[in-house]
Design a protein around this ligand. Structure first.
Ligand code: 2HG
Ligand code: ZN
Length: 479
């Protein structure tokens, strides 16, 4: 069991000897930013934030903590939606920030791979790939802050899953510091490598509970030669699905994103985010942002987009549409989608449900879950949005106007349970891309109980027998 007492001064002295003064933050003012999540739902405490400058330094730190029984909370950009990267309140846990492991070790446009350290932001990795004529096909709203280590630790999904899969689909190799301080160097960049258990996939999605990812080999793809984006107003989620199937019928491989926004979510963005403007005549109950991309030159994407939209406008499936005429316009359409979390945050307190259902069931799910939540909390404002093309909807609930935010947040389990009951009816998942963190371990027995959870607990006990890696995250306490 990890030690619940604050780390001893002798441990902190030993850590300082490894990372130096610049690698160790101890004062409350210096550590504050690392102890709470961006929504301020969790406010933890820590005696120290360690910022190692190399994998070797990190391994030494982990060895020291393992010997002392001191728990470690690994942290990247601290953008977790589920409190996965913040320490608990008793001050016993040390935060390890990966931010200084920020080198791109290698990028090979022939192998189409890049080897990136954990602290590189996703945006920086994308730009480095683009610089060499490649695309790192993973895009999430927080990519300017989120770091590769955290992105892999939660198996982030994002906007391009419909085309390129989730983070785990892009990982060829990993370097990990294990809970006893051993460095596992699995940084292979092979497309084929059947050599026993696929260990890298065990760490991807484990949210720092089995070890700390320090570097990864990521797959790249050719940069698109044509990209087209359009914003389409629709009356219903059914119409959005209809539009999706029309693009699928033309060329499913060309759809790089198909994002849904509710009128309410969009109104929060327009109200709270400076510079956000709606290039459509009127706001609709739902809006789709569709993006098509292809690495083939002269593939005729624009013609295809126009053809599908003309037909949909004619038959009323789409009420209004605008096609981006420049990179700047495409970016401004994406801003409307990517600022949803921020717009919602500025509007008030919200309860988030990061769920997935089969794509074909998204409209029915939205209708049923909306009815369930409105019956549960009169006046609640339902804000479903997200990655419709892969079935991942952020079924978020905004506090009723004028309600007390604390009162509303105290209903979070009741709200999440009501939504999850509907998710279950549609054979969906209660956690699509944000992970389990601190928010959802209590759901695990219900959803993944029996053999599955038992196996997870046994894997955890085998790899981290001292229980020092990100305790309290992902897995519920053993009965
Ligand atoms: C997104 O898709 C993120 O923008 C955040 O996954 C979703 O705020 C949310 O619920
Ligand atoms: Zn998302």
């Amino acid at each position: 069991m990890p030690d619940p007492a604050p780390p001893a001064d002798t441990l902190l002295d030993a850590i300082r000897a490894v990372v130096g003064d610049r690698g160790l933050l101890t004062g409350r003012a210096d550590t504050a930013a690392y102890t709470e999540d961006w929504r301020r739902l969790y406010q933890g405490r820590t005696a120290a934030v360690v910022r190692p400058g190399s994998t070797q330094e990190l391994a030494e730190i982990v060895r020291l903590c393992a010997a002392a029984g001191t728990p470690i909370v690994p942290q990247g950009g601290n953008t977790s939606m589920v409190g996965g990267a913040v320490p608990n309140e008793d001050g016993s846990e040390i935060v390890v920030s990966l931010a200084r492991l920020n080198r791109i070790r290698d990028l090979d446009p022939i192998d189409m791979t890049m080897t990136v350290e954990a602290g590189v932001t996703l945006k920086a990795a994308q730009l480095a790939a683009a610089d060499r004529g490649c695309l790192l096909p993973l895009s999430i709203s927080s990519e300017g802050t989120a770091q590769i280590g955290g992105v892999l630790a939660v198996n982030a999904g994002g906007n391009n899953t419909v085309r390129h899969g989730n983070a785990r689909d892009l990982v060829l190799g990993l370097e990990v510091v294990l809970p006893d301080g051993t460095i596992w160097n699995g940084l292979r960049r092979l497309r084929k490598d059947n050599t026993g258990y696929c260990l890298r996939q065990l760490f991807v999605g484990s949210e720092g509970t089995l070890g700390i990812i320090t570097a990864a080999v990521l797959k790249l793809v050719p940069q698109p030669k044509e990209i087209e984006a359009a914003l389409c107003a629709v009356q219903t989620p059914e119409a959005a699905l209809d539009l999706f199937t029309r693009f699928q019928a033309h060329d499913p491989a060309a759809i790089s994103a198909f994002e849904l926004m509710s009128g309410l979510g969009l109104s929060f963005v327009l109200k709270h985010i400076p510079g956000a403007t709606l290039p459509l005549e009127t706001a609709a109950p739902f809006t789709v942002l569709v993006e098509l991309a292809t690495p083939r030159p002269q593939a005729g994407l624009r013609a295809m987009l126009e053809q599908v939209l003309e037909r949909a406008l004619e038959d009323g499936t789409v009420a209004d549409a605008v096609i981006a005429e420049s990179e700047a316009q495409r970016a401004s359409l994406w801003k409307l989608r990517e600022e949803h979390s921020e717009g919602q945050k500025r509007e008030g307190a919200s309860v988030k449900n990061d769920v997935s259902v089969p794509v074909s069931q998204v409209p029915a799910f939205i209708r049923k879950a909306t009815a369930a939540c409105e019956a549960l909390i009169p006046g609640v404002r339902v804000v479903p949005f997200g990655h419709m093309g892969d079935g991942n909807i952020h079924f978020n609930l905004e506090q009723p106007v004028d309600a007390d935010p604390a009162w509303f947040l105290a209903q979070d389990h009741a709200i999440m349970d009501a939504v999850n009951d509907v998710v279950r009816e549609f054979d969906g998942s209660f956690s699509a891309e944000h992970g389990i963190g601190r928010l959802k371990p209590y759901m695990m027995p219900d959803w993944r109980g029996g053999a599955e959870l038992d196996l997870m607990q046994r894997i955890k006990a085998a790899i981290d027998p001292g229980g020092i890696m990100n305790p309290g995250k992902v897995l519920p306490p053993r009965p």
